[in-house]
Every structure is written in C-alpha cells, then in structure tokens.
Design a protein around this ligand. Structure first.
Ligand code: IPE
Ligand code: IPE
Ligand code: MG
Length: 249
C-alpha cells in the first residue's frame, strides 16, 4: 500500500524524527556504479524526506550524514562525501529558505574541511530565523564523542566551583550535549536492513520508538516516510508506566 500524507494527519505527528540514512553503497553496487553514485542519489532522498517532514508538521528532523567512524573510510570516499556536502548546501539553501527550514549541525564540525565548515556556517546563519522545520545534520558525529565532551565540560564546571556535584541530574547532562534545546527523538528510522544504532544519539533515544526498514536510503521516499509514521502511530508509548495509567493521562 502506498501511504500518503492524509494517512498520518489524523494521528499524532512525531515532534522529532531522527534518521540513520544507510545503504547508499549497496544501492550503488546493485546498480553497478561506484559508491559515490549512491551518495549522490542519497541526497535526493534527503530532499524528499525533508519536504515530507516539513509538510506534515514535524518540528525537528535529525539526519545522520557522517559519523566519527566514517572518517576511517577510504580517503577518496571521504573526499567525495565532503564535496557532495558542499554542493548540496550550495544548491539547497534557497529551497530551505523557501520552505522556512532552519539548519543546525551536531557533531565535531571542527574536523570538517575549512570550505565545508564555512559553507555550513553560512547556511546556518542565513536560515537562523526560519520558524518551520529544524533540520539537524549530524556531521562527524558520534554519541560517545558527544558524551565525552559533555563529561569533560561538566567536570570542568565542578572543578572550578560553578556546578555542585550533587546537582548533576538528567537535565544537566542533556544541557551539555550538542543537542541541547532539542527535544529527544520520538521516532528513529534506520534504512538498509541493519538493526543497530552505530553510535547515534545514545542518550537521547532512551524512550524513542525504533523503526527499521530494508529499503536502501536512495530508494526511501515520501511514502516510506509516511509508512514509518503510520507504524509509529500504532504504538503505545508507556515510558515505564502501565497501559491503564497511560490511558488515563
Ligand atoms: C550511508 O550509506 C551513508 C554514509 C554512511 C555516509 P553507506 O555508505 O553506509 O552504504 P552501505 O551501508 O555501504 O550500503
Ligand atoms: C551509520 O552508517 C552512519 C551514517 C548513516 C552516517 P554506517 O554505514 O557507517 O554504519 P555501520 O558501519 O554499518 O554500523
Ligand atoms: Mg552503511
């Protein structure tokens, strides 16, 4: 069945959807093409999903675009991905403006090549006052890197007396992550049939609904996105409580 926007608008729309965009390489292989061809086609899926999310009222869309571990890929692939990123930002900024989308990044962006960082910052600056969807690109991101940084800065605050050790709680930790100010994801989608998290948002997905699909990322379109949301809408989120308690809330 091909799902449409109408299939989800009567149910609750996830406020924050996170996506592990996986399978570009396998998609390219299926088409007897080099891996970068898969990444290029992955950008089309990014466009589709961003549009679908914005249209149905999702407030935050976080896309895992490049992990800390992805730096270990062949130099040529890394270089190609960085070039793709630059051209995607150049080509898409206009569309982001038109659709009222605000761009943010999470991750160790200091590791990115200077031209990539510069273009990203320019796009972030230009879209800063847009009030529709917030598109969060996870770039050179890994959850363990993020937690390490958070622990370092919490420790520094304790050491110089700005923070008392007794006052460290869930909120303190959340506020020291790169996702500060962004609500936790309601739904996490991973494409390509892999059922793992690969160092993505480990703290933030404590109560996120997980959705895995065999579809490879370049093939993932709007109907696939709506299907994931339909699945999400069928679930009961209990946050540790009983079903009866949840029903009376
Ligand atoms: C996801 O596709 C994109 C990135 C990790 C940058 P992959 O490149 O991981 O594709 P597969 O998993 O090899 O098919
Ligand atoms: C996860 O995909 C990272 C991104 C989608 C950016 P990978 O393809 O790198 O993950 P593994 O290696 O299969 O776990
Ligand atoms: Mg992969």
């Amino acid at each position: 069945m091909a799902y449409t926007k109408e299939d989800i608008l009567n149910g609750s729309i996830p406020q924050h959807v996170a996506v592990i965009m996986d399978g570009n390489g396998r998609w390219a292989k299926q088409n007897n093409m080099p891996r970068l061809y898969g990444h290029r086609n992955g950008i089309k899926a990014v466009r589709q999903i961003t549009e679908a999310a914005a249209e149905c009222g999702v407030k935050y869309l976080t896309l895992y675009a490049f992990s800390t571990e992805n730096w270990n890929r062949p130099a040529e692939e890394v270089k190609g991905l960085m070039q793709l990123l630059v051209s995607a930002i150049e080509n898409e900024t206009q569309t982001l403006m038109k659709n009222n989308v605000r761009l943010l990044t999470i991750g160790n962006t200091a590791q990115l090549p200077a031209d990539v960082a510069q273009r990203l910052n320019e796009c972030i600056r230009r879209t800063a006052s847009n009030t529709g969807l917030t598109l969060v690109l996870a770039l050179s991101y890994s959850s363990r890197w993020e937690l390490q940084e958070a622990i370092r800065s919490i420790a520094a605050e304790v050491a110089d007396g700005r923070l008392s050790m007794d006052n460290i709680n869930d909120q303190t930790i959340a506020e020291h992550l790169t996702t500060r100010g962004i609500p936790d994801p309601d739904l996490l989608i991973r494409t390509s049939g892999e059922t793992r998290i690969s160092n993505f948002l480990l703290w933030q997905i404590a109560y996120t609904e997980l959705y895995f699909t065999p579809t490879l990322w370049p093939d993932f379109g709007k109907t696939d996105f709506y299907e994931a949301v339909v699945d999400f809408q069928k679930r009961e989120r209990r946050f540790g409580k009983t079903s009866e308690q949840v029903a009376h809330e």
